[in-house]
Every structure is written in C-alpha cells, then in structure tokens.
Design a protein around this ligand. Structure first.
Ligand SMILES: Nc1ncnc2c1ncn2[C@@H]1O[C@H](COP(=O)(O)OP(=O)(O)OP(=O)(O)O)[C@@H](O)[C@H]1O
Length: 248
C-alpha cells in the first residue's frame, strides 16, 4: 500500500498531517508512538472505516495494489472485504466456533455448502494453530474460549474471507504473556501470505514482530524505516527517546 500526503481531520481537529509512507507485502509494519499521535486513525484510513465517523475529512491518496481506494466508484463495503481487522479486545460473535469462522465466507459466497464450510473451518483453524485445541468442540461458543484463543479465532475469522491486508489495532493488549507469544508467532507465520499492519504500544513487541516501523508524534510521521534501524539507530532524538522508553 502507498500512503501519499494524507491529512485527516475530526471536525476542526487535525489528527494526521501530511503522512506519506509505503507498506510492503509479506511484511509486518508496526505503527508506534505516544497515545493520541494518530496511529489508529491512519489504520482506519487504510480500509476506509473512518468514513463511518461523521464530520471527518481526509486529503491525500491511499493506494492498494496501485489503485486509489478513495477514488470515485470505489464501494467502501466491497473495499473492506480486502482487509481483515483484528481489534484491541477479542470480539468473537456469541455463536459457535464454526459459525464465527464461516459467517463472512457464507455471506460472500466463498462457501456454499456444508462440506466446503467444514473444510474452510479446518483450514483456517490449522492456519492459526488451533485445530487440535478445538476440533472436538467446534459447536461451542467462540466466546467460551480463553482470551488468547478468542484472538486467534478472530484471525481465523478474518482470513476465512481471503483478505489481502490484515490490520491489527493493539491486538495483544488484553492477552497474557503466553497468549501474546503465541499470537506473535502466528503473525510471523501469516506474514508469508498477507500484508500486516499492527498498532502496538509495546516496544518489545514492535521490535520482535515487525520488519518495518513507523514512529508518529502529534499527527506527524517522524520516522519510518527498517525496524532494526528505528530501534538501534533512530535518526531523530524524539524517536530515540521514545523507543528507549524516556517518554510514553
Ligand atoms: N472519533 C474521534 N473523534 C474526535 N477525535 C478523535 C476521534 N478518534 C480519535 N480522535 C483524536 O485524534 C487524535 C489521534 O487519535 P488516535 O486514536 O488515532 O491516536 P493513537 O495514536 O491511536 O492513540 P492511542 O495509542 O491512545 O490509541 C487524538 O487526539 C484523538 O483524541
């Protein structure tokens, strides 16, 4: 994806200022920076979920595979099908594990019968490393799983509809360290098949999980580069102070 000169306003308040950055396929890109710097706002611009918020305005362009996703003629609900969204808190539906995974795929006509559905459920649960854990309880409610399992189920649900990009907004903030480690391993595996963008407050996680990192401050993109460079040799004092924990 290419973000070109993007500015964004909530009413009169400018939340993003002239942001340009490239997001590459088969990599995880981390958005980092102090609270309120605009990370989630930019994440929501990438799949046009900010469109739903009233009194907002965006300028600039965002391209997906070279196509301007804000061009006239783009249908936002159809566009959003090209993205998976993993929220801060796991949010499975209060329905069975199977229904959680199959719902979107059924609506989109990706699966049309029970056999296809069951195959998709198995394939996506294997992809998120959960098949053996839950294969005997697929009829149980997704909401009865542990927090870490729920978050991996949400990834299974997201990838069941064949998205190109996975957008993750602080996906581990409600998980314990073991569930977080499992989740991070999964992100690393998924990188082969998807473009991943992850907002995280956890600097160790950003360093472990991402290949590229973008540091924001007060709506500005201060630095973007290889994660190793951002963490080991940041070009700006502000980024150095942030990644070394001098301010949060
Ligand atoms: N729906 C909204 N209406 C008005 N202002 C908003 C809205 N959402 C975010 N903002 C403001 O826009 C700015 C950027 O917020 P955003 O949530 O993108 O930051 P963030 O870096 O993701 O923060 P955090 O790390 O705390 O989640 C903040 O000043 C915030 O108060």
């Amino acid at each position: 994806m290419n973000v070109e000169d993007v500015s964004f306003w909530y009413g009169p308040k400018q939340a993003l200022k002239d942001i340009s950055l490239d997001i590459y396929a088969n990599e995880a890109t981390a958005f980092i920076g102090p609270s309120g710097c605009g990370k989630t706002t930019l994440l929501r611009c990438l799949n046009r979920t900010n469109d739903i918020i009233e009194h907002t305005r965006m300028t600039g362009r965002i391209l997906l595979d070279g196509e301007d996703i804000y061009a006239p003629g783009i249908d936002p609900p159809v566009l959003r099908q090209r993205f998976g969204w993993i929220a801060q808190k796991p949010n499975p539906f209060p329905r069975s594990i199977t229904a959680n995974i199959a719902y979107g795929a059924e609506i989109q006509g990706i699966v049309t019968n029970r056999k296809e559905r069951d195959a998709l459920v198995e394939q996506t649960l294997r992809a998120v490393g959960m098949w053996d854990e839950v294969k005997d309880r697929l009829h149980e409610a997704g909401t009865d799983l542990s927090g870490g399992q729920q978050q991996r189920l949400c990834i299974a649900r997201a990838i069941a509809t064949n998205p190109e990009v996975l957008l993750m907004d602080e996906p581990c903030s409600a998980l314990d360290p073991i569930a977080t480690a499992l989740f991070e391993n999964l992100v690393d595996e998924l990188r082969d098949r998807y473009t991943i963008v992850i907002v995280t407050h956890n600097m160790q996680q950003a360093a472990r999980i991402s290949q590229r990192a973008a540091f924001f401050h007060l709506g500005n993109l201060v630095e973007v580069g290889d994660t190793e460079q951002i963490f080991m040799k940041p070009r700006t004092q502000r980024c150095l102070d942030f990644v070394t924990g001098r301010y949060g």
